[in-house]
Design a protein around this ligand. Structure first.
Ligand code: COA
Length: 264
């Protein structure tokens, strides 16, 4: 997400529901608040880009320390979502028909690495870090950390398991020692959204056909295409015509456009 959008929180904030707006107010530092807003707006934007349903109409069941659950809408697929916000970055993932988790970490934190490794790394992970040249050790270690958080978010367990009791490898990313003994049916990716961040994605497809995955920067300016949120078809003119005949959808679209873009 580009910096202007990350910092220019007002239009993004307009997408959030009351609960999210209230929670955003709990952040004392404006930058942390904007990252929270961006991450939640991003989830809504991804869901809306996929379905054409207006971003501000999505509802989530949220409990502290629990995975956010998307409330179902008839006619729309059941989505699973995950998000992460950290220094100058917001990332999010949506999935249909499988569990998903994402996590990102900023590499700028100054912490002694050795103590951290004892806290969260399985022996197999420590070996891989030890074999990594010095300048890349932090990046490697934090990749393991993001894999553990992404996995914890996808299972919904968070970081409840003893972190040193299960382990990943990085080439390719895989769960080689699962906390409950069953590491089957998982797909993992690690990536660097910026030079200063590492991130991981975990998808549980349960042994069914491996899902297609797309990872990339979100162009929220493309949200302007959603000003008329129900137009996602190729034949735009027919779609506009049908949509204009649907008064409820038309007024939702106009309300959303006014709220979202009048403050830009
Ligand atoms: C999930 C968790 C790892 C996220 O860590 P984080 O690095 O602080 O924060 P991130 O920005 O990466 O992710 C935060 C998002 O994760 C999601 N999340 C929180 N708990 C989650 C869970 N159990 N499962 C899936 N997603 C979860 C939320 O959407 C949250 O976003 P929000 O706070 O803006 O609503 C951490 O909050 C956690 O472990 N929580 C559960 C409690 C727990 O495991 N305690 C250990 C003893 S059992």
């Amino acid at each position: 997400m580009d910096d202007a959008l990350l910092k220019g929180g007002k239009p993004l904030c307009a997408m959030l529901d009351n609960g999210e707006q209230t929670r955003s107010g709990f952040f004392r530092q404006p930058d942390r608040r904007q990252e929270f807003i961006a991450a939640h707006a991003l989830v809504r934007s991804l869901l809306s880009a996929r379905t054409g349903f207006p971003p501000q109409r999505w509802r989530f069941r949220v409990k502290p320390g629990r995975r956010p659950e998307v409330e179902n809408h008839s006619g729309l697929p059941h989505f699973v979502v995950s998000l992460s916000h950290t220094r100058n970055l917001a990332i999010a993932a949506i999935a249909e028909g499988c569990a998903v988790g994402v996590d990102a970490e900023w590499l700028g934190r100054k912490r002694p690495l050795d103590g951290l490794l004892n806290f969260f790394c399985a022996p197999i992970e420590k070996q891989e870090i030890a074999a990594t040249p010095g300048t890349y050790r932090l990046r490697t270690a934090m990749s393991f950390w993001t894999l553990k958080e992404a996995y914890g978010k996808a299972t919904g367990h968070g970081l409840c398991y003893l972190l040193t009791s299960y382990g990943f490898t990085l080439t390719p990313p895989a769960l080689v020692q699962a906390p409950d003994g069953d590491g089957e049916g998982w797909l993992f990716r690690t990536f660097s959204p910026t030079p200063d961040h590492v991130a991981a994605l975990a998808v549980h497809h349960g042994g069914h056909r491996a899902p297609s995955i797309s990872i990339g920067p979100a162009d929220l300016h493309a949200m302007e295409d959603l000003v008329r949120p129900h137009v996602t078809k190729k034949d735009l003119y027919t779609a506009y015509h049908d949509m204009a005949a649907d008064e409820v959808r038309e007024s939702e679209a106009l309300d959303w456009a006014e709220v979202t873009f009048s403050r830009r």
